[in-house]
Design a protein around this ligand. Structure first.
Ligand SMILES: [Zn+2]
Length: 181
C-alpha cells in the first residue's frame, strides 16, 4: 500500500482519543533508540469498538525507536492481543489474534514528499509534528491490520450458537427463517 493510500485510510478513520501515553518528541525517541512498552485497555481504543462483540481486555504493545542506514528516523511497533471481532454474517465473536509488526519512517508533518517517495510502497511513512500519541498510533496500526470483512470460516448463520441474545438487524429475519414460532 502506498503512503498516500494508507494516509487516506487513516484520515478517514478519524482521531478521537488524544490522550494516554504521549511521546513529546518522536524524532528524539527514534534517534536515541528509546523503547516504550505497555498495555492499552480495549476500552480506551474507541475506534475499535464498533468492530467488536465485547469491549474488554487489553493489548500489549512495544514501540522501539531507531535510526536507519540513511539516517531516517524509524519506529518499530509490535502489538499483540486477542480481540473478539464481530462476524459480518452472524455478528458472533471471532477470536482474532492481533499480530501488528510495523516499521514506520517518521517524516515531519507537512514535509514535501517526492513523487517517488509517495509511490514507494516498501516504506511506511508516518507524518508527525513531533509529539506522538501512542494510543492513536496503536489504534491506527490495529485497524489497518484487521481483515476487511471478518467472517467465521464455518459461519453458523442463521441461528449461530454464539450469537447469544444479541439484537441486530438480521435477528428478526433469522427468527423468521430459523424458528417455527
Ligand atoms: Zn459468523
Amino acid at each position: 500500500m502506498t503512503w498516500k493510500a494508507k494516509n487516506n485510510i487513516i484520515l478517514g478513520l478519524g482521531r478521537n482519543s488524544p490522550r494516554l501515553k504521549r511521546i513529546s518528541d518522536a524524532f528524539v525517541f527514534a534517534r536515541e533508540g528509546r523503547v516504550l512498552k505497555g498495555t492499552l485497555a480495549i476500552a480506551d481504543l474507541e475506534r475499535l469498538h464498533d468492530l467488536l462483540t465485547e469491549v474488554s481486555g487489553e493489548v500489549v504493545f512495544e514501540l522501539q525507536g531507531r535510526q536507519g542506514k540513511r539516517g531516517e528516523h524509524l519506529l518499530h511497533l509490535q502489538v499483540t492481543g486477542l480481540i473478539p471481532l464481530a462476524c459480518q454474517r452472524c455478528l458472533g465473536a471471532i477470536p482474532f489474534d492481533l499480530d501488528v509488526d510495523s516499521l514506520l519512517e517518521l517524516i515531519p508533518e507537512g514535509a514535501d514528499m517526492s513523487q517517488d517517495e509517495l509511490e514507494d510502497d516498501t516504506r511506511d511513512f508516518l507524518p508527525v509534528a513531533s509529539e506522538l500519541y501512542v494510543a492513536e498510533l496503536v489504534e491506527d496500526e490495529i485497524l489497518l491490520s484487521l481483515p476487511v470483512a471478518p467472517r467465521h470460516e464455518k459461519c453458523g448463520f442463521p441461528g449461530a450458537a454464539d450469537a447469544g441474545e444479541r439484537i441486530h438487524p438480521f435477528a428478526t429475519l433469522a427468527g423468521l427463517k430459523g424458528k417455527p414460532n
